[in-house]
Design a protein around this ligand. Structure first.
Ligand SMILES: O=P(O)(O)OC[C@H]1O[C@H](O)[C@H](O)[C@@H](O)[C@@H]1O
Length: 464
């Protein structure tokens, strides 16, 4: 066992600790064969699941391109959405200074990083206001190479670059990360000669953080990407254990599956560390798109899927915890705890004469945050609500890579337990098609007509 291993404990899901809303030892025991079968089923598909091999990739091309960008840019802007933005954001938040972009250059490990992650006009026009385009590189990331939001962003910023610097300079300011063969962005890259990085064909968007999608922006900003992969490789080894009791990802998947069957169909991820805030956001996509499905593998309508919710300790103690402690018994919580923060931030003995404050004397932010996390988990357990605790020895590239991979494996195992395809997302297509119709894309006229007619029938609205 590595000293960098994340420890997860599920004491507080057990019925003998939290009462009737927990799981009994017998319930877990009875489900172990199902979990063992899920493990086998995932490994039987390993050849098609390219993300499972990412810990072992050769990173030299990514590092070489990152070095080249570091030499010519003060700012990197990532243009992507969904799986092409959430991972880069989560890694940056986890591993960099909390005010990274505001640090003086000599204290930063690399260029500043912006990931606008939306097509809001004010956001993107506003970003242009603060960029020095001469010293900015845009990394356009899209697996499909056609996503409307990303391609619109590419067109917008490419035009700004061309106007400001001239067409012939574009190749120095764009790096395109996309499918090696398919998609509009690949076609553009080939035609206009931009540097590119491949997203392997067998790596889907929400499982792409550990390929060029997440590794390139991380390497540009000075993160040790080989260490991220070393952590993921460690989690891979742990996930290969065929006995579910020895396999953290499988056990975690099983507990969530069993609790879902008992009505705990919401999963709250609540890190007690600012660094892990956006990991909860990344996890939301992973869990939601993978497990939220209409049909099972045999085509039966099942409409399954636990709802992932992101939360943050201690911040959301003052906004959400009332609901988690006393609302419906429909949630399982994941607490993410950190043993060792990079700084402690001590408090002085400022008001020894004021009774209500003297308990803070000589303590630190780190002590307060840890105490609040432990206290919240305890209070939630005493209110009869299940929770899992994930203890990070520290937040670093190794533990982050380990956690990403563990959650990906957990998701794959859960897909088998639910007997659904965890790797497609047919439910987002309808919205895309309607967007194309509304935007006047060729071939979508009939759909546009239907939408316009439906608008005409709208009755349930009024002006406040
Ligand atoms: O990387 P892209 O192909 O641009 O995809 C971006 C996102 O698009 C869709 O919304 C999919 O449901 C997501 O899984 C994906 O991450």
């Amino acid at each position: 066992m590595s000293t960098q291993a994340i420890r997860f404990d599920y004491n507080n899901v057990m019925a003998d600790v939290i009462g009737e809303h927990g799981l009994t030892e017998a319930e877990i025991e009875a489900a172990l064969p199902h979990a063992a079968a899920a493990i086998e089923a995932v490994y039987a598909q390993r050849a098609e699941l390219g993300w499972m091999d990412l810990p072992y990739q050769d990173t030299s091309e990514i590092i070489a391109q990152a070095q080249a960008v570091r030499a010519r840019a003060d700012t990197l802007v990532v243009l992507g959405i969904g799986g092409s933005a959430l991972g880069p954001i989560a890694t940056q938040t986890a591993l960099q200074h909390p005010f990274y972009n505001n640090l003086p250059r000599e204290l930063r490990r690399g260029p500043t990083l912006f990931v606008p992650d939306n097509v809001d006009p004010e956001l993107n026009a506003g970003l242009l206001d603060v960029l020095d385009l001469e010293r900015t590189v845009f990394n356009v990331i899209t697996k499909s190479g056609t996503t409307a939001e990303t391609m619109a962003s590419f067109i917008y910023f490419r035009e700004a670059l061309a106007k400001r610097l001239g067409q012939d300079k574009l190749v120095d300011h764009l790096v395109l990360t996309t499918d090696p063969k398919k998609g509009a962005l690949r076609q553009i890259a080939d035609r206009e000669g931009y540097p590119t990085l491949p997203i392997p064909a067998s790596v889907g968007g929400r499982f792409s953080e550990l390929c060029s999608v997440g590794l390139f922006p991380a390497a540009v900003t000075g993160i040790d990407i080989d260490e991220l992969l070393a952590g993921a490789a460690y989690a891979d080894k742990r996930s290969q254990e065929r006995d579910p009791r020895k396999n953290p990802a499988a056990m975690c998947a099983l507990i969530q599956f069993l609790l879902d069957k008992k009505g705990k169909n919401m999963v709250v991820m609540m890190p007690y560390a600012q660094r892990l805030r956006d990991v909860a956001d990344w996890f939301r996509q992973l869990w939601a798109e993978s497990l939220g499905k209409r049909v099972d593998r045999a085509g039966n309508v099942v409409n399954v899927g636990p709802t992932p919710i992101k939360s943050l300790g201690a911040t959301d103690q003052h906004s959400q915890v009332q609901l988690y402690a006393e609302g419906p018994f429909d949630k399982l919580m994941h607490f993410l705890f950190v043993d060792q923060f990079q700084v402690e931030a001590p408090l002085t003995n400022a008001y020894p004469d004021i009774n209500e404050l003297s308990y803070l004397d000589g303590k630190s932010f780190s002590q307060l945050l840890k105490a609040e996390g432990e206290a919240t988990q305890l209070a939630i357990a005493e209110a009869g609500r299940p929770s899992i605790a994930h203890h990070f020895p520290a937040v670093n590239a190794f533990t982050l890579g380990q956690f990403y991979y563990m959650l990906e494996m957990q998701t794959a195992f859960a897909g088998e337990l639910y007997d659904i395809n965890a790797f497609d997302q047919p439910g987002v297509e309808a919205g895309k098609i309607a967007t194309y119709a509304l935007m006047g894309r060729e071939g979508y006229d009939a759909r546009r007509h239907e939408i316009e007619q439906a608008r005409g029938r709208s009755r349930s609205e009024f002006v406040i």
